[in-house]
Ligand binder design. Structure first.
Ligand code: ME8
Length: 653
């Protein structure tokens, strides 16, 4: 680990600004933020670039679907990305939009360098192309599906400018062999090598039929292929366009130390990108790391598959640290991992509320109670138990730094939480609350709380890259001066918490949550999240307080008869009902199980809103809503019904 003033430049992919980011798209940004924070705490000068990919047919089509111009769409959407990064505490240093003027200048400059090297020619492109992933699927005209999104690829046939990728087969293979750290993890490098060994064809890097892009210099009919445009943002985002050699910042930070990406875009990054850079005679990045996918309901979480979870509800209920911790702790970095709200809430309660949070509040409360909020001097000699905590802390510092360096976040956190458990055990064995009752044990009490507080200080520093908010709060509660994020992690050691320090006000950092209730609140908020198009609609004048009869008529309510009912597994409040709404039978999930038993509602007539969008509750599809009064402060549900007998299917007006 270098401790000097070295630079470190890392990037996320430049995200398509055609839809709202979900947990999957936030994953890479969270990971990079953790790395950036870690590197800063090890003394590096860090440049951290993210941004939005705003050109291409996928953007143009998304805009057309909403009846707006591509420019309007991206103006709206890039802000949604920025707002989310703020919410998730992402401390990027650079944000590039590919529609920025200086970016276009940089892309044209890049082309000039490649063209001057004699590597561009005009030719005819014919083949299958996926518009959504901007991917050449095949060079044949035969029908083919996109390997990334599964959509049928479109036939394209036009005159384009080509890049002589075929010239780079040998230089690329030499690169992978000479610099094994260029593509990570190793198994991905092997995939890339076999792809390149199988032969490289020249690629088209312009488009004639597409208008939404950066103009090709000297040919008004063409725009740049969006990947040539987007990859160049790693250069333009730090000042490549400026002057002949780029800005001072560019010269300081380029080449990138790490391009972090998802595995589906590895070919663009590990094959095309180094070839473009070699062609332009620019230095190559040090490492391209392709991580796995976050899966949700067994498939890649992605907008096109409709299986997405959003970050905002989780942040609102549990805080951004909880999401960061869960994703880094539960997913083995590099591999695919499953996203589950259940696992998120379990981790929150066990590791954060009962683990670190509880250790911090217990230790701080005892310091307050027994030592008037002052870190005691360790009076008595150090015994074996004290020494065990101290040596565990030293081992944890060593291991977690090694694991952070290797991007093995789950292992780093595992090691850190072993220290949490060790200190917990120590407190249980030493029972400081009993020591406090015996004046002759005062010195031992001082030693025990001194030891626990030293360990807690170390824990705040080690967790800071993952839990920036909570760690900073505990840091301040420990009475530490300066910003935690400005501490040096590579200089961390036992004993840096000085006796006599006055602690701040103890406050819980991770209040325990009722899992069931939190789950339902997150799920309900998810349903309310609207796609950007709907967000725009919401910005039009608000609906009047009173609605017209036509508005009311849009809600279709019918009398339904409950045919069967059963509890939804793992949910205390939910009943799954099969309801006859007159010639049609529906499955509806209702939050009434705390008040009604399944057998009580079978045969009952209820009121069903039948034209609601179907939604999933705890993974169970609900196609409609049962109307109930919400009574008292707890909102106890009381089913609406009729005094007279009414046939199922009757419409309410
Ligand atoms: O590909 N699991 O943009 P994009 C893990 N504009 N990571 C995920 C994910 C999931 N389920 N879903 C998305 C593009 N990601 C191009 C990039 S770069 C010069 C141009 C993350 O909006 C992951 O990093 O489709 C993936 O590679 C990226 O979002 C794709 O973002």
């Amino acid at each position: 680990m270098a401790g000097g003033k070295e630079k470190f430049y890392l990037t996320t992919p430049i995200y398509y600004a055609n839809s709202r980011p979900h947990v999957g798209s936030a994953y890479t940004t969270l990971v990079c933020d953790t790395i950036a924070r870690y590197k800063r705490m090890c003394g590096f000068q860090v440049a951290y670039l993210t941004g939005t990919d705003e050109h291409g047919e996928n953007i143009a089509r998304a805009a057309a679907k909403q009846g707006i111009s591509p420019q309007e769409l991206v103006e709206r959407n890039w802000r949604i990305f920025q707002d989310l990064w703020k919410l998730l505490d992402i401390r990027y240093t650079h944000f590039i939009r590919t529609t920025a003027l200086e970016h276009a200048g940089g892309v044209q400059k890049m082309l000039r360098r490649v063209r001057d090297a004699g590597l561009i020619y005009k030719g005819k492109y014919q083949g299958r192309y996926c518009v959504f992933d901007n991917l050449y699927v095949s060079d044949s005209t035969e029908p083919a599906d996109c390997p990334t999104c599964g959509r049928p690829a479109e036939l394209m046939s036009e005159e384009n400018y080509f890049f002589k990728l075929s010239d780079f087969q040998k230089p690329l293979l030499d690169l992978y062999r000479e610099r094994p750290e260029f593509v990570k993890p190793d198994f991905r490098r092997n995939e890339v090598i076999s792809f390149v060994e199988s032969g490289l064809k020249d690629i088209s890097i312009s488009r004639k039929s597409i208008k939404w892009g950066i103009p090709w210099p000297g040919d008004e009919e063409q725009v740049f292929y969006v990947w040539f445009d987007a990859l160049t943002s790693y250069l333009t985002g730090i000042g490549f366009a400026e002057g002949e050699q780029g800005s001072e910042e560019f010269r300081k930070y380029w080449p990138a130390d790490l391009h972090m990406i998802g595995k589906e875009i590895i070919r663009f990054h590990a094959v095309y990108w180094p070839a473009f850079l070699m062609a332009a005679n620019l230095p190559l990045p040090r490492t391209i790391f392709a991580h796995g996918w976050l899966l949700f309901e067994q498939e890649k979480m992605s907008k096109s598959k409709g299986n997405v979870a959003y970050c905002e509800p989780i942040v609102q209920i549990l805080g951004s640290d909880a999401l960061r911790y869960y994703l880094l702790r539960d997913v083995v970095f590099g591999q695919d991992g499953n996203f589950s709200r259940e696992a998120l809430l379990t981790r929150y309660n066990s590791d954060l509320a009962n683990g670190l949070g509880n250790l911090a509040s217990r230790t701080l409360a005892m310091l307050e109670r027994y030592f008037s909020g002052e870190i005691p001097a360790p009076a008595d000699g150090r015994d074996e138990r004290d020494a065990a905590v101290e040596s565990r802390a030293a081992a944890t510092i060593r291991t977690s730094l090694e694991q952070y360096d290797q991007l093995a976040f789950s292992r780093a956190l595992e090691a850190i939480w072993e220290l949490v458990a060790e200190v917990d055990r120590y407190l249980v064995l030493e029972q400081p609350w009993s020591l406090a009752e015996d004046a002759s044990k005062h010195n031992r009490l001082a030693r025990v709380l001194y030891t626990a507080s030293q360990a807690l200080r170390i824990l705040t520093v080690l967790t800071c890259p993952v839990l920036p908010q909570a760690a900073e709060k505990i840091w301040q509660q420990l009475g530490q001066r300066g910003k935690l994020s400005e501490q040096r992690m590579d200089e961390l050691q036992w004993g840096q918490l000085k006796p006599g320090t006055h602690i701040g006000k103890p406050e819980a950092v991770f209040p325990r949550v009722d899992k069931e209730e939190a789950y339902e609140r997150i799920e309900a908020m998810e349903q309310e999240i609207q796609p950007p198009s709907a967000l725009a609609a919401a910005q039009t004048p608000a609906a009047p307080a009173r609605i017209s009869i036509e508005d009311f008529a849009k809600v279709e309510m019918r009398v339904g008869e409950v045919k069967s009912a059963e509890r939804v597994a793992g949910a205390d409040k939910l009943l799954k009902l099969i309801v006859d709404i007159g010639g049609e039978v529906r499955q509806v999930v209702a939050g009434i199980a705390e008040v009604y038993r399944a057998e009580d509602v079978v045969g009952r007539k209820v009121i069903v809103v039948v034209n609601l969008q179907p939604r999933k509750l705890r993974g169970v599809e609900s196609n409609g809503m049962i109307v109930a009064a919400s009574v008292g402060p707890q909102g106890k549900p009381v089913l609406a019904g009729f005094l007279e007998d009414v046939p199922a299917g009757s419409r309410l007006r």
